[in-house]
Design a protein around this ligand. Structure first.
Ligand SMILES: Cc1cc2nc3c(=O)[nH]c(=O)nc-3n(C[C@H](O)[C@H](O)[C@H](O)COP(=O)(O)OP(=O)(O)OC[C@H]3O[C@@H](n4cnc5c(N)ncnc54)[C@H](O)[C@@H]3O)c2cc1C
Length: 814
């Protein structure tokens, strides 16, 4: 074993494909003082037994880009390193055996087009030509991705390690990391039996050990080990080396060519977890006992698809454990708990496909301090305290694993581990027919079933069973008054002598207002990209109340803490659980509120974008005059224990005005009509306020410095190359879900970031960025003819420079 250095710039823990790829890309970025520590030998975790399929299409554009990059890298790696990788770009075929699956496939083909990935639909006979051994009797259609492929996972990993070594990285095997040193919230080094290493950065690429490694530093990495099986047949006549990979989701199976035979694996509906009580010590190059009984349904499904398997001998049934996550996406980025501690783990059986791109993204994130692009779907900051419970994580992970090949329905909700986090109004709303969805563990009413109706989603690619009830809730908010339980909002208090100065630095809008002001603002990164989108209410000289979306609690909290200037006195406290939030919205909202409080809530004393304390039947609360639905209204932030009595009082007072309970699907429809942006969809770190049409919420006119200002000034000078625009479709049968391709004058120029239906305007609505290398302005936007591609069909649409519903011409969300 080479002597262990006492210092390194970065220590990568884990010599699987992800650790080796991260070291390779760090070294390429000039970080050559990198040490990879592997407790056994390289590849001895999950990597050595992977099947080696490399698919690329995901539901996120940027994650798809990472996987596309993997393919480019794997094609070039042998030339770079001299090490063979077994890479073959044979293409990938995906089958559809029923109409719903075919719609899903068509929507995926359009998503691929949006993301610049080639994917053709083919009929059964063409599919048979591509894969002659298969039975196509039950096929409705198929899709072919010519650039998908397969590789030898161990060779690929060795090639990445060699490429990293060639550029200065050091690899030490048989050297488990036993402890991680953290001081003042920052990582300082690692300890091993061979000695300690001081370092600036630790990267946890520990696969299914990543949870334990994270725990050494107090960092949550919610991965679970699950068994995954595939069989390998003896050689079969008619299996060429050029055979595309095949995914047969309706039969839950996948195939690839393997030494002249077939490798076939699958995702069982009832997966089996592994190492529930901890991974056994010394588990290296380890495999689990083959479980034929559990694999039998896969085998039967495969025989029906590929009859030649009946007579082919089975060489092996391999059972290997792998790290899965509770949402099926991998985990990347700097841990919110510890600065300098990065994670790349939980690859859900697509770590070989992701390895190149994920390793590069992680290396760039480490080198720059920020992710190279919006990686929210895989960002480690998407988890919360509930994910600290391994049993909760396991249950949800097994559910997601079991759904790997089921149709991914629009608006699908998951069942396991629910209900967990409920608002004080939960029982009341359940009694009134609420159909709940879940977000970051919270139960939230999505819609309310009419009396006698079942509060249950029936999934569909067309208008679903909740379409009409949501329309009624929407109209209640537009025409009368509606009450939304928004208690799951993440809420923070920023307190301290320098709170104003600290927030002024991280907020793009002007928050240095008098007490009682509510400001809608973004927080930007150095590139001007939108990291947070929230409201800031000033409660006192030294106290600000910050409200953001349910799912962004960890992310926004971490962003604010990381960017508060160190020399200023300001502390951020998460107060989410202290307050329930009731959003009272609609033209009669003032009548209802005035009926229950003695405080004057007229426009003169309680204007838009202000807040103040009120009492409702003895319950003290903070009222914020804001809206995300485009109507007169207040968010009432109520100490949790008073929420029930406030709700009852509002419903009683609202009864003469036709008050209705309403849910999140109505909010989505209302906000689409009014043009309010959703973070994580329409806006995020890749988009600036100028591109997103939010320049009005930025204090550029004032000579005040703030994070991201320089980038915005440069962009204002040079002009933007993409702009968020609104589209409507007249055809009532067209359902927009997001990711549909936008065509301008016949050319693809972007894709929808959000899609839905506006009940007041009676049309489907989408938002998406129109891109143009030489700039996008109003004239460019208005001068084009637009179409959307929806499930491979082009449909005419109309572009709007202003929100499609805007009777008062208001543009302010807050
Ligand atoms: C049966 C099966 C089939 C699969 N098929 C495919 C496929 O077709 N396509 C695809 O893309 N993916 C596939 N995968 C998934 C793929 O194998 C994994 O996603 C990938 O190998 C994960 O790589 P990793 O580097 O994250 O983890 P690992 O390869 O597990 O590497 C983690 C490393 O960390 C080391 N380590 C742990 N603790 C310590 C410590 N304290 N100190 C030092 N080192 C430590 C371990 O020894 C291990 O080598 C499959 C997985 C299975 C189980």
């Amino acid at each position: 074993m080479p002597a262990l250095p006492t210092h390194a710039r970065a220590v990568v823990i884990g010599g699987g494909i992800i650790g080796c790829s991260t070291a390779y890309h760090l070294a390429k970025l000039g970080w050559n003082d990198v040490v990879v520590l592997e407790r056994g030998k390289l590849t001895c975790g999950s990597t050595f037994h992977a099947a080696g399929l490399v698919g690329q299409l995901r539901t996120s554009a940027n994650v798809t880009q990472l996987l596309k990059y993997s393919v480019e890298l794997y094609a070039a790696l042998e030339e770079d390193t001299g090490q063979a990788t077994g890479w073959k770009m044979n293409g990938g075929l995906r089958l559809a055996c029923n109409p719903a699956r075919m719609i899903e496939l068509k929507r995926q083909a359009t998503t691929a087009r949006s993301f610049g990935l080639e994917m053709h639909l083919v009929g059964p006979s063409e599919a048979k030509t591509l894969w002659p051994l298969m039975n196509v009797d039950d096929l409705v259609g198929a899709a072919f991705l010519p650039t998908d492929g397969q590789a030898n996972p161990s060779d690929l990993t060795q090639a990445l390690a060699k490429g990293a070594r060639m550029r200065g990285a050091r690899f030490v095997e048989d050297c488990p990391v036993r402890a991680i040193r953290v001081e003042d919230g920052r990582v300082r080094g690692v300890a091993t039996a061979e000695g300690d290493i001081e370092c600036e950065v630790v990267v946890n690429c520990g696969g299914q050990w990543a949870r334990d490694i994270g725990a050494l530093a107090g960092v949550l990495v919610p991965v679970t080990s699950v068994q995954h099986q595939y069989m390998i047949s003896e050689p079969i006549a008619g299996v060429p080396r050029t055979l595309p990979t095949l995914r047969d989701p309706d039969r839950r199976t996948y195939f690839k060519e393997e030494v002249g035979g077939l490798l076939m694996g699958g995702y069982e509906p009832e997966p089996i977890p592994w190492a529930v009580d901890g991974i056994p010590a010394g588990f290296q190059f380890g495999l689990l006992d083959s479980n034929w009984e559990h694999f039998e349904p896969m085998m039967e499904a495969a025989l029906a698809r590929v009859p030649a398997l009946e007579t082919a001998g089975v060489r092996t049934l391999l059972n290997g454990p792998e790290a899965f996550t509770p949402d099926g996406n991998f985990i990347l980025g700097e841990a919110p708990e510890v600065r300098g501690f990065f994670v790349g783990a939980g690859f859900n059986a697509f770590g070989i496909a992701s390895g190149g791109g994920a390793g590069r993204a992680l290396a760039e994130w480490i080198a720059a301090g920020d992710p190279p692009m919006d990686l929210w779907p895989v960002d480690i900051r998407r988890f919360g305290a509930l994910h600290r419970d391994p049993q909760w994580v396991r249950n949800r992970t097994l559910e997601i694993y079991g759904k790997h090949y089921t149709v991914a329905w629009p608006h699908e909700e998951h069942e396991s581990g629910r209900p967990l986090r409920v608002s004080p109004l939960y029982e009341r709303l359940a009694e009134r027919g609420a159909c709940f969805g879940s977000k970051l563990g919270w139960e939230r009413p999505n819609w309310f079933a009419p009396a006698g109706g079942a509060a249950r989603d029936t999934y569909s690619f067309e208008r679903a069973n909740w379409f009409e009830p949501v329309g009624n809730e929407h109209r209640a908010a537009r025409e009368r008054v509606a009450l939304f339980d928004s208690s799951s909002f993440a809420k923070f208090m920023l307190v301290g002598r320098d709170a104003e100065a600290a927030l002024s630095w991280i907020c793009a809008n002007d928050v240095a207002k008098a007490s009682g002001a509510v400001v809608y603002t973004q927080m930007l990164n150095r590139r001007g990209g939108i990291e947070c989108d929230l409201t800031v209410s000033r409660l006192a000289a030294d106290r600000f109340y910050i409200v953001t979306g349910t799912a962004f609690a960890t992310h926004d909290g971490a962003w604010i803490r990381a960017n508060l200037p160190a020399q200023l006195e300001a502390k951020l406290v998460d107060v989410t659980s202290a307050y329930a939030t009731l959003a009272l919205m609609g033209p009669r909202a003032r009548d209802v509120l005035q009926a229950v409080t003695s405080t004057d809530v007229s426009n003169r004393t309680f204007p838009f974008a202000t807040c103040g304390e009120l009492s409702i039947g003895g319950a003290p609360l903070q009222a914020l005059r804001v809206t995300y639905v485009g109507e007169l209204g207040w968010e009432l932030h109520v100490p949790t224990e008073y929420a029930g009595s406030v709700y009852d009082a509002l419903m009683r007072a609202g009864s003469p005005y036709g008050i209705a309970n309403a849910g999140y699907r109505a909010i989505e429809s209302l906000r689409l009509e009014k043009g309010y942006r959703a973070w994580g969809a329409d806006i995020g770190p890749d988009h600036t306020p100028l591109e997103a049409g939010l320049g009005w919420a930025v204090k550029l006119a004032r000579e005040v410095s703030f994070l991201g200002r320089e980038a915005l000034l440069a962009q204002r000078r040079d002009g933007v190359k993409k702009r968020l625009a609104c589209f409507t479709v007249d055809d009532p049968d067209v359902v927009l879900l997001g990711r549909e391709t936008i065509y301008r004058n016949g050319d693809p120029v972007g894709w929808l970031t959000s899609g839905g239906y506006g009940y007041t305007i009676g049309k489907s609505i989408g938002y998406g960025y129109v891109r143009n290398a030489s700039g996008v302005d109003d004239a460019h936007l208005s001068s084009g003819d637009y179409e959307l591609e929806v499930a491979t069909e082009r449909v005419p649409c109309r572009l709007h420079l202003r929100p499609p519903y805007d009777p008062r011409g208001e543009r302010v969300r807050a």
